[in-house]
Design a protein around this ligand. Sequence first.
Ligand SMILES: [Zn+2]
Length: 157
Amino acid sequence: MISVPLWTMANSQMTHDLQCVYRAADVGEADIVVVWLEEQAIAAFVKDRYGASGLYPFAVAPLGVEVCVADSEQAPRASALLEQHAADIEARKRAVATEPAIEVACEACGIKTTFPAGQRGRVGTCPNCRAYLDVPAANAAPPGPIPPAEEWSGYEI
Ligand SMILES: [Zn+2]
């Protein structure tokens, strides 16, 4: 009979609890929480962004997507803040859900990539050539409906 030493499991569980402060339903929600934590001066990241849900940003991971803080000493503060401001995050989730995804053309290779609205104001990566892409912030987008294509034909990007 093969048994896994109990301490191994207990240990990994501890590490998990120390650094991971939020379980989001999908990568989009996890990104919102990361941005929110960074606004509170807490460095955070999405754990297993691609491992959990493949390469598709909108896919839902069966067990959720975890948000972790870079410095485990900040985890208690991050958890407390997330609890206190759960309403803020809910509001932001609703706002992002109503925003369309953003299409960004890569300056290096010209390939267009679609980023979820939760990535606004952040730096993304071109899936084709790995160059960094600036995802425009919300206030950079024209208000109201997107103008018809003809109005844009005079612009060379
Ligand atoms: Zn590119």
